[in-house]
Design a binder for this molecule. Structure first.
Ligand code: OGA
Ligand code: NI
Length: 355
């Protein structure tokens, strides 16, 4: 784990690059041609009239189940989190990223915990970099919460972060029950597997994607699946950018006002023995507008051993994944950075070779 002690190269803030007025981006951000986004003319784009499922009623367990199996992605409206709280939280984060560099630098993060203000994912020297800065913080379990590591500016941001997280965790708990029942498990099965109510791990990554002079050459966040349980994303309502892998192509999500976007992560793929699939996704950037998103990760506590639920196994449906703690699982993305679904898929393969 020594490799996770510090960044291998000086950290460059993407916001600084963006604001410096450069007209071409440094090579480290240029993706190989097959990884670059394709920007369709809007007239052509409208033919692709496709969007992830939108779920807006209480009694929609079946719709959620279909979305989990088919897409690994859906949007929820009428989710119970106050619009006003959402808007204020977003505003506070916008203000944080507008602070002078010295102020943000006080929170500069390190790869050992990733907590704080960061600009890269992955510690290997020379890896491709993405066009985005972020702020990462831990909310649960309470034992690892350290509010001193959260921004103290703008004033009241710490209270707001706590209030927002509390509401989002409540929504997450409801979804966990629905996922459990939908899978045919006891209602509290997944919550227990994650460490128990209030004892799971909850963390937040606020993504800031500055304007980019050459958006067709780079990505705001390279393809990945989220390593944890599932993600409750509050996307930027004014600027789209999130894309979901579908039939070998990429579908741009069209965010609904005041909706959360939910996506299944690798731990739910493992616990459900592949009945639910984590969804591969990425973020594209643009030259006209910056974009800000709040991603809340509802995860197993780091020391919980995660494996396929016994009740879902049959003789003809053996466990596809070995048991592993989430801390151990997460080292991969924290070391190598985003790499599609390679980690969860490689675990299936190694298992098959052994049986
Ligand atoms: C993430 C993520 C999507 C977005 O933070 O893991 O996928 O729209 N974010 O910023
Ligand atoms: Ni993600």
């Amino acid at each position: 784990m020594n490799c996770l002690q510090s960044w291998p190269e000086p950290v460059v803030r993407v916001q600084h690059l963006s604001e410096s007025g450069i007209t071409s981006i440094p090579d480290r951000y240029v993706k190989k041609p097959s990884d670059r986004p394709v920007f369709l003319e809007s007239s052509i784009g409208s033919e692709l009239n496709i969007n992830i499922p939108v779920i807006n009623k209480q009694k929609t367990a079946d719709l959620i189940d279909d979305a989990c199996r088919e897409w690994g992605f859906f949007q929820v409206v009428n989710h119970g989190v106050s619009q006003e709280l959402m808007a204020r939280s977003r505003e506070v984060w916008r203000e944080f990223f507008k602070l002078p560099p010295e102020e943000k630098q006080k929170y500069a993060n390190e790869p050992r915990t990733y907590e704080g203000y960061g600009s890269r994912l992955g510690v290997e020297k020379g890896i491709s970099l993405d066009w985005g800065d972020y702020f990462f913080l831990n909310y649960l379990p309470i034992g690892i919460r350290d509010q001193n590591k959260w921004p103290s500016l703008p004033v009241s941001s710490r209270e707001l972060i706590a209030e927002y997280s509390e509401e989002v965790v409540k929504l997450g708990g409801k979804l966990m029950k629905i996922f459990s029942s939908n899978l045919g498990l006891r209602e509290d099965y997944l919550e227990e597997a994650f460490g128990g109510e209030g004892n799971m791990s909850g963390c937040m990554r606020v993504n800031y994607y500055p304007k980019c002079p050459q958006p067709d050459l780079t990505l705001g966040l390279s393809p990945h699946s989220d390593p944890g349980g599932f993600t409750i994303l509050y996307p930027d309502e004014n600027v789209s950018g999130l894309q979901v892998r579908r039939d070998g192509g990429w579908v741009t999500v069209d965010p609904m006002p005041n909706a959360f976007i939910i996506n299944i992560g690798d731990q739910l793929q493992i616990l459900s023995n592949s009945k639910y699939k984590s969804a591969e996704h990425r973020v594209i950037v643009n030259s006209a507008k910056e974009r800000l998103s709040l991603a809340f990760f509802y995860n197993p506590r780091g020391d919980m051993l995660i494996k396929p639920a016994e009740q879902l196994l049959r003789e003809e449906e053996p466990p596809l994944y070995p048991a592993m703690t989430f801390d151990e699982y997460r080292i991969h993305i924290r070391t190598r950075g985003p790499s599609g679904k390679s980690q969860v898929e490689s675990l299936i393969k190694s298992r098959q070779q052994h049986t």
